[in-house]
Write a protein that binds this ligand. Structure first.
Ligand code: FUL
Length: 499
């Protein structure tokens, strides 16, 4: 007798389990869409969505804004938190939206343990300050509301390390810091919006602090202390799309705070380049300061130029990392005018340089495309149809390929951007970009000495080979050719853009 049972599989439709004539169970994987086999690791749905946020803001605001510290000790008097105006998260986010950012993360508790919302977990919080704007302050509520109004993504930075709490690293009086303070704070924050995209858990950990007056040094083992698996599962129940960054283990620190990722950058492993052979998806996020001194606002704070920030963008978002760029609100709880101006300039620069995709008007051709499936094709035109859900791929095992975009008239070109269909894994290991003035021959390699190895979620190559001076000496060409020289398996790209 033949028994059939359908099993749900993540990728290629269904697996059929069948008993053969000898009574043994055979499994055949049906793949009606003829999709390429995945190259593991692959991102979870929430990791993919998080990656699509690309460029977002960081706002360091809190007790340190008023004490001039970067790492408060935890012994501050709550009255030192003294805004000179009503803190206005909508103004922060609005200014960053003008720069093309898609969201923001607000620091609502830094290492000093001072919380910017009415929490049940500690009296070291803003609402205990006698300042007129503090009593009713609730940054998470206002921030979430503003983000929704502006159609931006949002999330919170809550420091695991707490230099104020007497329970930190020491379970006393029947209380546990992790259970009764930290996890509770995370759950309180989770309730400020089910659609949060990231919760930021800094790695700075243990050391000296006030700790309720003990004034000593306490160390914890961060790999076990914070009960991360429990935290992750519980927060995901309220906020299914949230990525728990850093200590949370769902996205990684890019390894520097200077706003650059490696030219080679794998979405697994650690550091600036990742590790081609690591087993767990762990895409990079680059955290960088847009201003000239601290993460928090300090008197005399300057701001970097739009040109410097544009370079950072190319070296992070353009190298398969996300960019979280810090703009610290000042003592009045708003972004200073100079920051707002630079953000506007940056937005204009991004729009002028990377805003109009010339690939959309080109004809795309490829060296090979795999056979159509029932509801998918793998045609070259999927690369420039403006749709991130369609992709091109050659046959399984085919690790070399070319993609050519041709225009009927010569084009002035500065950048090429490539995007892999990472749902099936990060695959490309080496590629080259060439242009042709007449569209058929005289192919010239572009991109100077830039290492054109990985692509990943997104790679942007300035054709003149310079990230610091990329909008200079454009190429005039009727065709662009991308050659994939090597990949882990057949390459799968959903978009080629040319600017
Ligand atoms: C670091 C922290 O120690 C800094 O104060 C800041 O918050 C930065 C973004 O992360 O590790």
């Amino acid at each position: 007798m033949l028994a059939t049972a359908a099993l749900a599989f993540g990728f290629s439709g269904q697996a059929q389990a069948q008993q053969n004539a000898f009574g043994l169970v055979q499994q055949t994987l049906s793949n009606p869409d003829n999709e390429p086999r995945p190259v593991f690791p692959v991102p979870t749905a929430r990791q993919l969505k998080w990656n699509q946020t690309e460029f977002y803001a960081f706002f360091h605001y809190g007790m340190n804004t008023y004490t001039g510290q970067e790492w408060g000790f935890g012994n501050e008097n709550v009255n030192q938190f003294a805004p000179t105006g009503k803190p206005n998260p909508k103004q922060w986010l609005e200014a960053c939206k003008a720069a093309g950012m898609k969201g923001g993360i607000a620091v609502v508790k830094h290492h000093d343990g001072f919380c910017l919302w009415p929490t049940e977990t500690t009296d070291h919080n803003a609402t205990k300050s006698s300042n007129q704007y503090a009593a009713t302050l609730n940054i998470p509520a206002d921030f979430a509301k503003a983000a929704k109004e502006l159609d931006m993504k949002y999330g919170f930075y809550v420091s695991p390390w707490d230099r104020n709490s007497k329970y930190y690293g020491k379970d006393i009086e029947g209380k546990s810091y992790v259970r009764d303070v930290f996890l509770k704070q995370c759950f309180e924050l989770a309730h400020y919006g089910a659609d949060q995209f990231e919760m930021w858990f800094d790695g700075a950990n243990g050391g000296n602090g006030w700790y309720g007056g003990a004034n000593e040094t306490r160390k914890v083992d961060q790999s076990t202390y914070y009960d991360v698996p429990n935290l992750r599962d519980s927060v995901h129940k309220s906020c299914p799309e949230i990525i728990l960054w850093g200590v949370g283990g769902e996205a990684r620190w890019i390894g520097n705070e200077a706003g650059w990722a490696g030219e080679t950058c794998w979405s697994y492993g650690s550091g600036t380049s990742g590790d081609e052979n690591a087993w767990k998806w762990n895409a990079g996020e680059s955290d960088a300061k847009a201003t000239t001194s601290g993460w928090f606002y300090h008197d005399g704070e300057g701001v970097k130029s739009a040109a410097t920030l544009f370079k950072m963008y190319l070296e992070t978002v353009g190298r398969n990392a996300t960019l979280i760029l810090n703009f610290p609100p000042n003592k009045a709880g708003v972004l200073p005018d100079q920051d707002v101006t630079v953000l506007r300039e940056l937005g204009k620069m991004l729009q002028a340089r990377l805003g109009t995709d010339k690939a959309l008007t080109a004809t795309a051709q490829v060296s090979e495309q795999r056979a159509d499936g029932q509801s998918r094709t793998y045609a070259a035109s999927n690369l420039n149809d403006g749709n991130i859900d369609t992709y091109w791929a050659p046959n399984d095992g085919q690790k070399q390929a070319t993609i050519t975009l041709t225009w009927s008239e010569p084009q002035t070109l500065y950048y090429v951007a490539l995007q892999e269909y990472i749902q099936l894994g990060q695959r490309v290991k080496s590629f080259t970009i060439e242009t042709s003035a007449n569209g058929t021959d005289g192919w010239t390699r572009q991109g100077g000495n830039i290492t054109t190895s990985t692509i990943g979620y997104k790679r942007i190559i300035p054709l003149n080979g310079s990230t610091s001076d990329s909008y200079k000496n454009p190429v005039t060409a009727k065709a662009v050719r991308i050659t994939i020289n090597d990949a882990k398996d057949c390459p799968c790209l959903h978009t080629v853009s040319v600017f």
